[in-house]
Design a binder for this molecule. Structure first.
Ligand code: NAD
Ligand code: IPM
Ligand code: MN
Length: 355
């Protein structure tokens, strides 16, 4: 297969800016590998609210349904925070998309490459040892999707996990570890939370099917600390929805920037939504300085996981490395850099074309 349909949902803030660079890179991949990525733009988030009055228009949903994958930018921003919670871009578009397509498995890979250790804010004593962590985050359950309520003087959110929800994400983590360094660290708060006690039980049970993978349990607070103290101790982090959200931002910062961390949200049968782990970055939107790498690497993950185009995915990843090596980077990683979003995107696209 050489033709693939992609729903492109750029969204808000820096979303459209970094998406433009992902397009350049996909164009370069098409030319080099003789592929066609048939791309259809669709409105989502605040941009959709402004244009048609709702964050996830039916038209957008149907474009997604007719596509082989979704390439997503980011949604949300100060303009829409006054709306009712379930009308806001995040809860009104991104969460329903994850639920509708049963994208229960969120993969967020974070690395410190020894050659780029100085991108990391960690002390060289720590960063020089490198880091290669895959965060496997449960994405369609937990406190994000539990019953919620708001009274005049109080509010509540509830967290529920079933054995089935825990075991399916645990399996993904163990299978990933088998292809990596054979270690899973399962994150919970089993000293306080009932859902965490069940999480620990189920993960321990699933581990029996993977005797070649070492399993360790760690409390979330300790994990947040250990990641900074010695990130090289981790291989696969298995997290519930909320803990994975938090630790993945930490991974991004340790790797060097929020603008470097891609993510794949998968349903187990090849369909996926691919987006940067970071958000719409209202503080830098419109300035042409956002780092496009997380969006570009998310496109690479789409080629790998939804299209089976491993060689093309690697070509993108190598071009990103080359660009970092040449110091063509935005100022989130090099504060005195004069390169902008478009410079980095073009450099990566050129590296793919020239190779
Ligand atoms: P954020 O990730 O947007 O920004 C946090 C910090 O990281 C900011 O200083 C920002 O400038 C920086 N940053 C993020 N991506 C960057 C990039 N590519 N290049 C350079 N710097 C980058 O998080 P926030 O400020 O907490 O949230 C802003 C909005 O984005 C909120 O509405 C939030 O709900 C939303 N959000 C959306 C998504 C998504 O659509 N997937 C993810 C996270 C946050
Ligand atoms: C992320 C984001 C989302 C999340 C928000 C925007 C709902 O922070 O993808 O990490 O919390 O999952
Ligand atoms: Mn997040």
């Amino acid at each position: 297969q050489t033709r693939f349909k992609v729903a492109v949902l750029a969204g808000d803030g820096i979303g459209p800016e970094v998406m433009a660079e992902a397009h350049k890179v996909l164009n370069a991949v098409e030319a080099r590998f003789g592929l066609t990525f048939e791309r259809t733009d669709a409105l989502v988030g605040g941009a959709a609210i402004d244009a048609v009055g709702q964050p996830l228009p039916p038209q957008t949903l149907s474009i997604c349904q007719q596509s082989d994958a979704i390439l997503f930018g980011s949604v949300g921003g100060p303009k829409w925070t006054g709306l009712a919670p379930d009308q806001q871009p995040e809860r009104g578009s991104l969460l329903p998309l994850r639920k509708t397509f049963d994208l229960f498995c969120n993969l967020r890979p974070g690395q410190i490459y020894p050659a780029f250790a100085d991108l990391s804010p960690l002390h060289p004593r720590v960063s020089s040892q490198g880091m290669d962590v895959l965060c496997v985050r449960e994405l369609t359950g937990g406190i994000y999707f539990g019953e919620k309520g708001r009274g005049e003087d109080s509010a509540f959110d509830t967290q529920t996990y079933s054995k089935a929800e825990i075991s399916r994400i645990a399996r993904v983590a163990f299978e990933a570890a088998q292809k990596r360094s054979h270690k899973v660290t399962s994150i919970d708060k089993a000293n306080v939370l009932q859902t965490s006690i069940l999480w620990r039980e189920v993960v321990t049970e699933v581990a029996k099917d993977f005797p070649d993978v070492a399993l360790e349990h760690m409390y979330i607070d300790n994990a947040a600390m250990q990641l900074i103290r010695s990130p090289q101790q981790f291989d696969v982090l298995l997290c519930d929805n909320l803990f994975g959200d938090i630790l993945s931002d930490e991974l991004a910062a340790i790797a060097g920037s929020m603008g470097l961390l891609p993510s794949a949200s998968l349903n187990g049968s090849g369909f996926g939504l691919y987006e940067p782990a970071g958000g719409s970055a209202p503080d830098i939107a419109g300035k042409g300085i956002a780092n496009p790498i997380a969006q570009i690497l998310s496109a690479a993950l789409m080629l790998r996981y939804s299209f089976g185009l491993e060689e093309a995915a690697k070509a993108i990843e190598q071009a990103v490395q080359q660009c970092l090596q040449q110091g063509i980077v935005t100022r989130d990683i090099q504060p005195d850099s004069s390169y902008g979003t478009a410079d980095v995107g073009s450099a990566i696209a050129n590296a793919i074309a020239g190779a």
